[in-house]
Design a binder for this molecule. Structure first.
Ligand SMILES: Nc1ncnc2c1ncn2[C@@H]1O[C@H](COP(=O)(O)OP(=O)(O)O)[C@@H](O)[C@H]1O
Ligand SMILES: [Mg+2]
Length: 351
């Protein structure tokens, strides 16, 4: 198990900078997820840790060793990619053993490691099959198995579940989380999918345009997002955001009314008020508004109501699955000041 430390890490392709100075300490034995929109630099960062991409500036250490100039093959890590790229003409067993054979490892040690990986991933009965005889999920398990047999001190994953269908993705998510719980090896996992990040990570790093927006546990990111970017990126469906103007401990929310700001929130001028769909009350609140339902999404356990307010804003509201709201219904909604999130004119969290 290894800790990974990034200091002022930068990357430029030609004169285009894509990573702008990342400082990050990954603890030994943690499952760290790097999440952010497509193109924000996740793969670039992971590939620099792996040694597949040169570092333009800064240092990367694995354990207490700076690895900037260490080739990928000597970093004692395994990486799993989105495309599993198994050797089609080799059996699963041979695919698993291949890297170790290349390392000239003794035969009985290879057999032990392949058997162990197959047991952990529950693919023992697939060992004699060829890749074309496997489902997508089984292929991805073999790809993970190839990483496991090397018994690395660090696992790197780059969107390993993105090619799988929705059901399989959920299943593999659970398997990866339990794999982590069994191995306890440090893992750095890249995804654009905030649900994957929330469900698997011990800590999440939210990346945006080559910069870190926030680092925290899933709980911290959901309940205390540091800024509007994180607030609206984490959580599905998204947090509602209303524009307001603060003065004298109150906020005027354009077209909707006044909300007393809770103690500890001191603001002047432009602010944003964030309310998650499950925090909007049906009925009266500290601020009570009314509107018309424009869309109903029924999920079974809950219903999402899209409510167009008289101000022109749309609020997304989570209601119990049993509620019987229909499109075009009028509805009264409440926002309670203590449950809302507040951001200043720069989009930074207040309080
Ligand atoms: N080899 C490359 N040459 C030039 N630009 C690149 C190269 N690889 C990635 N980029 C750019 O770097 C940025 C980050 O890419 P990437 O790390 O792949 O993002 P992500 O994995 O978050 O989707 C993007 O703007 C991408 O176009
Ligand atoms: Mg990528």
């Amino acid at each position: 198990m290894a800790a990974v430390t990034l200091s002022e890490v930068r990357k430029a392709y030609g004169n285009v900078a894509v990573i702008h100075g990342i400082d990050l300490a990954v603890n030994s034995g943690e499952f760290l997820v790097l999440v952010g929109p497509s193109g924000c630099g996740k793969s670039t960062l992971l590939r620099m840790i792996a040694g597949l991409e040169e570092i333009t500036d800064g240092t990367i250490a694995i354990g207490d060793r700076i690895v900037n100039d260490l080739p990928a093959s000597q970093r004692n890590l395994s990486m799993v990619f989105q495309s599993y790229a198994l050797y089609p003409h080799m059996s699963v067993r041979k695919n698993l053993a291949f890297g170790l054979v290349n390392l000239r490892m003794p035969r009985d040690e290879i057999d032990r490691r392949v058997a162990e990986a197959a047991r952990i991933l529950r693919i023992e009965e697939l060992l004699e099959r060829k890749p074309r005889q496997l489902s997508g999920g089984q292929k991805q398990r073999v790809a993970i198995g190839r990483a496991i047999v090397r018994e690395p001190q660090l696992f790197l994953f780059d969107e390993p579940l993105s090619n799988l269908d929705a059901e399989l993705r959920v299943q593999m998510r659970v398997e990866l989380a339990s794999l982590y719980n069994r191995l306890g090896t440090t893992m750095i996992y890249v995804t654009h999918d905030q649900v994957e990040a929330m469900t698997m990570a011990t800590r999440i790093v939210v990346l945006n345009k080559g910069r870190i927006e926030q680092v925290g546990t899933p709980y911290e990111l959901y309940n205390a997002p540091a800024n509007l970017f994180v607030a609206t990126f984490i959580g599905s469906p998204k947090m509602n955001v209303l524009a307001g103007t603060a003065a004298g401990g109150r906020a005027e929310i354009a077209g909707l009314g006044m909300l007393d700001l809770p103690g500890g929130i001191s603001a002047d001028g432009q602010i944003s008020i964030g309310v998650r769909p499950e925090q909007v009350v049906i009925g009266a609140g500290d601020l009570t508004v009314s509107g018309t339902i424009t869309l109903v999404e029924y999920l079974g356990s809950e219903v999402f109501l899209y409510v167009r307010l008289n101000s022109g804003d749309t609020l997304l509201v989570q209601a119990p699955g049993q509620s019987q709201y229909k499109i075009h219904d009028s509805i009264t909604l409440g926002i309670n000041s203590k449950e809302a999130h507040y951001f200043n004119g720069m989009g930074l969290r207040l309080g």
